[in-house]
Design a protein around this ligand. Structure first.
Ligand SMILES: CCCCCCCCCCCCCCCCCCCCCCCC(=O)SCCNC(=O)CCNC(=O)[C@H](O)C(C)(C)COP(=O)(O)OP(=O)(O)OC[C@H]1O[C@@H](n2cnc3c(N)ncnc32)[C@H](O)[C@@H]1OP(=O)(O)O
Ligand SMILES: NC(=O)C1=CN([C@@H]2O[C@H](COP(=O)(O)OP(=O)(O)OC[C@H]3O[C@@H](n4cnc5c(N)ncnc54)[C@H](OP(=O)(O)O)[C@@H]3O)[C@@H](O)[C@H]2O)C=CC1
Length: 513
């Protein structure tokens, strides 16, 4: 039923070149190959035309399967030049006319997902662009549904989050207006006050974006999806696909390559990860439901795992490390062996001992061998990233999921299978193993044939590690016995004990002969 609904439709997707957008295009084309057209708003990027960007995406591994059912995928995608940072989204008059007269469904995925984006930029993309898209949508006579992708963390200042839009202290309109005349220095000064008890501009502006939908949605048929932390594909088009470094993925890379050795996290906090294909299945089901059933009010759907199938960061971290044993990453800096820390003192200690000192030693080695030092810079970036993510791995949230469960019960058995968003069916251990494998194959583009060499490399690193530790111990001991009578006495005791033991064994072996 859902597949049939999208056939013949003209669908507009923003953020189609991003992580979620690509998976959405793929699924739509695979399950509704007779859809009329997917309009995608794409901004030009340096050195690449729009067509080149789209061509690159459609020729990637992700789209291999879809070509079996929809060989002419290229003809179904119509890229429209747009920039969500610009007034009217910088869409040409002709393109705008085409969008206005044909679009049936809008999926608004585009956003800045950077946690530390400047408030002006985050407001422009996550709030003002949403407002402008709404205004465009309100002029579309054939529009059946406007589906907005928000985040489950838009209200992360609360512990229990319901499927409602929570108001922010300052009206979004006022924020949008003030961004036009305030200079950067003043914005920097007021940012902490505006974001209040949220950790960053991202979560704050996503919350403002929701308010804009509520206040300026007019008669539009709107629904909001709030996914938690989106991870690699679970099942479709194949397990483990991922091409984004955001969220846990970057830390999996850093741990697998041996840069990340310790991380401040609460092992028993819920890791509310959700596979990207599951998010997209729910989104497409919501698109269908919103257009066909036209609910009286804007429904919000939490796309989370914690209340139905919880997994904790401790279990997840453990499984990630276990997978590195089977499937090591290539050219690791050190052997993957990360651990969780739970307080400030141990975090500072391990950051110094496991992150900064090895980086300094390696940079000294690079300098001595005539190369440019770079490891300290890499480590500093990693530590900065860790500090940004820490907020989310030391807390647990509860999201109610009545609407999501209601929707599941509205689907036919066939739709429940094709657009499966039942997270209770997910086996975490299997999922995480496929995730790590997917990071290696699709993000790092490492060949599976290189695994034996990667194992050898890890063995060499282990030997270097033992050698280094032994040398360090001997140097420390030598310094100690030069300075302390007690240490000297202990040393003489150990040496004479070993000598006596050796003499005893020699004598007893001679007696036997
Ligand atoms: C038994 C115990 C075992 C322990 C084992 C440990 C194994 C580890 C596995 C599991 C660990 C769990 C980790 C959990 C992480 C939880 C994340 C939660 C996030 C929740 C968010 C809410 C969800 C959303 O709504 S939105 C999507 C999320 N958005 C993001 O993730 C964006 C975050 N990124 C940023 O904001 C920026 O990139 C920032 C601020 C972190 C860094 O900005 P900066 O300007 O300094 O640099 P960039 O140019 O952006 O990047 C520099 C450099 O860093 C790399 N990088 C970027 N992001 C990450 C990342 N997440 N992890 C690691 N590395 C990252 C980037 O690729 C660049 O590298 P280059 O080599 O320089 O190109
Ligand atoms: N990933 C996650 O863990 C989660 C994501 N979400 C939400 O899901 C949505 C998609 O996120 P995700 O796919 O991960 O993000 P990505 O960063 O992968 O993609 C963002 C998309 O927005 C586009 N975009 C950004 N700026 C502009 C602009 N000025 N003009 C036109 N397009 C622009 C990007 O285009 P370009 O390719 O040109 O950069 C890209 O297509 C977002 O709304 C996010 O808030 C919610 C919860 C978790």
């Amino acid at each position: 039923m859902i597949s049939a609904f999208y056939n013949g439709k003209s669908i507009l997707i923003t953020g189609a070149t991003g992580f979620l957008g690509k998976v959405m295009m793929e699924k739509l084309l695979r399950t509704s190959p007779d859809l009329k057209v997917i309009y995608i708003l794409v901004r030009p990027k340096a050195g690449q035309t729009l067509q080149q960007r789209v061509f690159q995406i459609l020729n990637s591994k992700l789209f291999e399967k879809v070509k079996e059912v929809c060989p002419k995928v290229h003809e179904k995608i119509r890229a429209i030049s747009a920039d969500l940072n610009q007034h009217d989204l910088a869409i040409s008059k002709e393109d705008m006319q085409e969008l206005l007269s044909h679009t049936n469904i809008i999926f608004h995925c585009a956003a800045t997902v950077r946690f530390d984006d400047h408030l002006r930029h985050a407001v422009q993309l996550n709030v003002t662009a949403t407002q402008q898209l709404l205004s465009i949508a309100s002029q579309m006579p054939k529009l059946e549904a406007f589906i907005h992708i928000s985040t489950a963390f838009a209200n992360c200042n609360l512990k229990h989050i319901d499927e409602v839009i929570y108001p922010c202290a300052v009206e979004p309109k006022k924020i949008i207006d003030s961004m036009e005349w305030l200079d950067d220095a003043i914005i920097d000064e007021i940012t902490p006050k505006l974001i209040g008890d949220r950790p960053n501009t991202y979560t704050y502006t996503k919350a403002l974006g929701e308010m804009v939908l509520q206040q300026e949605g007019g008669n539009l048929n709107i629904a909001i999806i709030r996914p938690s932390i989106v991870g690699a594909t679970w099942q479709e088009p194949f397990p483990g696909w991922i091409d984004s470094i955001n969220g846990p993925t970057g830390l999996i890379v850093a741990a697998g390559k041996g840069f990340l050795r310790s991380i401040r996290a609460t092992p028993m906090a819920v890791a509310d990860l959700i596979p990207v294909d599951l998010v997209i299945n729910l989104t497409l089901a919501v698109g269908w439901y919103t257009a066909v059933h036209r609910p009286k009010s804007t429904l919000i759907y939490h796309c989370t795992s914690g209340n139905l199938n919880p997994c904790h960061w401790g279990k997840m971290g453990f499984q990630v490390l276990a997978t590195f044993e089977k499937i090591p990453f290539e050219k690791a800096f050190r052997r993957p062996n990360a651990d969780f820390t739970t307080n400030n003192i141990t975090t500072h200690y391990w950051n110094a001992v496991s992150h900064r000192v090895p980086a300094i030693i390696y940079d000294v080695y690079l300098r001595l061998t005539g190369r440019k030092p770079r490891m300290t810079k890499v480590m500093n970036r990693l530590l900065r990233t860790l500090s940004m993510l820490e907020y989310f791995i030391n807390r647990s949230w509860e999201w109610s999921t009545y609407n999501t469960e209601m929707l599941m019960s509205e689907l036919s058995p066939e739709d429940q299978r094709v657009f499966n968003f039942d997270v209770r069916q997910l086996n975490w251990l299997e999922y995480i193993e496929n995730y790590v494998l997917g990071v290696k194959k699709y993000l790092l583009k490492e060949d599976m044939a290189g695994i034996p060499e990667a194992r050898q490399h890890l063995k060499r690193l282990r030997n270097i590690h033992y050698l280094f530790n032994t040398a360090l111990f001997l140097i420390a001991w030598r310094l100690l016995i030069a300075r302390s009578q007690v240490a000297r006495n202990v040393w003489f005791f150990i040496v004479s004990f070993c000598y006596k033991l050796l003499s005893y064994f020699r004598a007893s072996s001679r007696l036997k002969v």
